[in-house]
Design a protein around this ligand. Structure first.
Ligand SMILES: [Fe+2]
Length: 147
């Protein structure tokens, strides 16, 4: 695989993973139970709103590179590094899992940022750097909630 193909696949992987991350945040927003319900219901909502708010711009960045945007559940499941959660977890386990996933997202945005910069795609690089920062912030709030 050429460096350019690796770069493009990494971008599609990051996109599908971001969508899967948003869906999991929404899953936890809907299904969380327990004494911390009000805080966690709200925290998960803030996270999925922030992430969904970035999705359309991300998709259009891919199109600007002349890539087709993955846009089906099947494509997302083939590409994502964020695994579905099919069980209903206890509230603390939801926070811990979403924290681990947010760290995975920060890592893939760090990698794709470096690839974009190497390719001279600085506008896209800026977007990916913003996504990295957004996930660092989500990770901080989730980590602080676990203490
Ligand atoms: Fe809601």
């Amino acid at each position: 695989m050429t460096d350019q193909n690796k770069y493009h696949l990494a971008l599609k992987t990051a996109f599908a993973s971001e969508y899967a991350f948003a869906l999991k945040s929404q899953n936890f927003h809907w299904n969380v139970e327990g004494a911390s319900f009000p805080q966690l219901h709200t925290l998960f909502e803030r996270i999925y709103n922030e992430v969904y708010g970035s999705i359309d711009t991300f998709a259009e960045q891919l199109r600007a590179l002349q890539l087709y945007t993955p846009a089906s559940l099947q494509k997302f499941s083939m590409l994502t590094i964020i695994d579905d959660e099919n069980e209903i977890l206890e509230q603390g386990a939801m926070v811990a899992e979403l924290l681990a996933d947010s760290e995975k997202m920060a890592n893939i945005f760090k990698i794709t940022f470096e690839m974009a910069e190497s390719a001279g795609d600085h506008g896209l690089g800026n977007f990916l750097a913003e996504r990295l920062d957004a996930h660092k912030k989500h990770s901080w709030m989730l980590r602080a909630t676990l203490k």
